[in-house]
Design a protein around this ligand. Structure first.
Ligand code: GTR
Length: 330
């Protein structure tokens, strides 16, 4: 084929494909979605979002991709929520804790001991109540579209002095996530709750600005907080807070209906995939913490449950019916 003929063939094919391409496909531009997380590469939530990106890439033939920014490189969780609200970050995996300050309706899941255990929390987020809360976030003025839950296990206390009862927390400054509900929770548990971003906790523990903090085993290990002398890990399991995958509303509105449906489907798949990775990582990091000399202290958490009744009464009065429905989930 001569050069001229082959050029003509290329042009003709290009014109034909433009003619036959559906209008919607022409309108959909390529996008690389920035996905942020405070956790490092390899953490279950980060891996689940990376895998979601691979599926999205394959399903859209490279038109939509996800680029992950782990390790808090785009800021602390509070700042990342703000950046997602304005569309500077497209996808965010965040704890529901700080989301409670922008969508107060979700605080029902942020209350101490609202779930009986992790299985109960999973049954709730997988069912109609979980869907309702995702919808509430998306319908709120927060400019976030919630496309799936993730597992954050349960949070327990780590301190430099052993804690067995609420009385042992007296005078101890304990870092809590940024939401007044958590400061109230720690104060009710007997300590002094100090609200602070995740990225500042290591130095605060090292310098004695705080005496302890609270988190799940994977976060306790990967944040290196255990290496600051906070080596007593009291199994209070006081907060079982699910985590979220949200898309910036500004980004969402640029997606076609089909792409939005695809993102929702992949968000739900990420929810299930992260859970399997999560269970494995809790086991691994628990073993690593023990190897590093962390002492796990088992307690009867009834005393902590009773101490926080005032917090459930104060915040729960906004969700009396919902709390009954949560309790009724088997
Ligand atoms: C982790 C959670 C993070 C962050 C952190 C914290 O368990 O996965 O999203 O909220 O806790 O304590 O700030």
């Amino acid at each position: 084929m001569s050069f001229r003929r082959s050029l003509l063939t290329v042009c003709a094919t290009a014109v034909a494909s433009m003619v036959f391409l559906p209008h919607a496909a022409l309108a959909q531009s390529s996008m690389v979605l920035k996905a942020a997380d405070v956790h490092p590469a390899g953490y279950p939530n980060v891996v689940a979002v990376e895998n979601m990106g691979k599926k999205l890439d394959a399903a859209t033939k490279g038109r939509l991709k996800i680029q992950t920014f782990p390790g808090g490189v785009l800021g602390g969780e509070k700042e990342m929520i703000e950046q997602t609200q304005v569309g500077a970050i497209n996808i965010l995996r965040t704890s529901l804790g700080p989301i409670g300050t922008v969508v107060p309706e979700v605080n029902v899941f942020n209350m101490p001991f609202v779930f009986r255990n992790q299985e109960h929390m999973r049954a709730v987020i997988d069912g109609p109540i979980g869907d309702e809360l995702l919808a509430k976030i998306s319908a709120s003025p927060a400019k976030l579209v919630a496309i799936g839950w993730m597992d954050g296990g349960s949070r327990s206390l780590y301190t430099k002095k052993p804690v067995r009862t609420p009385a042992d927390l007296k005078g101890q400054k304990i870092r809590m996530m940024g939401n007044p509900l958590f400061v109230d929770t720690m104060n009710a548990m007997g300590g002094n709750g100090i609200s602070m971003g995740y990225g500042e906790v290591f130095t605060a523990l090292q310098t004695g600005v705080v005496d302890g903090a609270e988190n799940n085993a994977p976060s306790f290990f990967t944040s290196n907080h255990f290496s600051t002398g906070a080596k007593y890990y009291t199994q209070t399991n006081h907060l079982i807070i699910p985590e979220l995958l949200v898309v910036s509303k500004a980004t969402w509105d640029k997606l076609s209906k089909e792409d939005q449906a695809l993102m929702k489907k992949l968000g739900r798949e990420a929810q299930m995939e992260q859970r399997a990775l999560w269970d494995k990582s809790v086991e691994d990091y628990t073993a690593k913490l023990k190897m590093a000399g962390v002492e796990f202290i088992n307690v009867d958490n009834k005393a902590f449950y009773d101490a926080t009744a005032t917090v459930r009464a104060k915040y729960g009065s906004n969700y009396t019916d919902l709390m009954k429905r949560i309790e009724a989930v088997k």
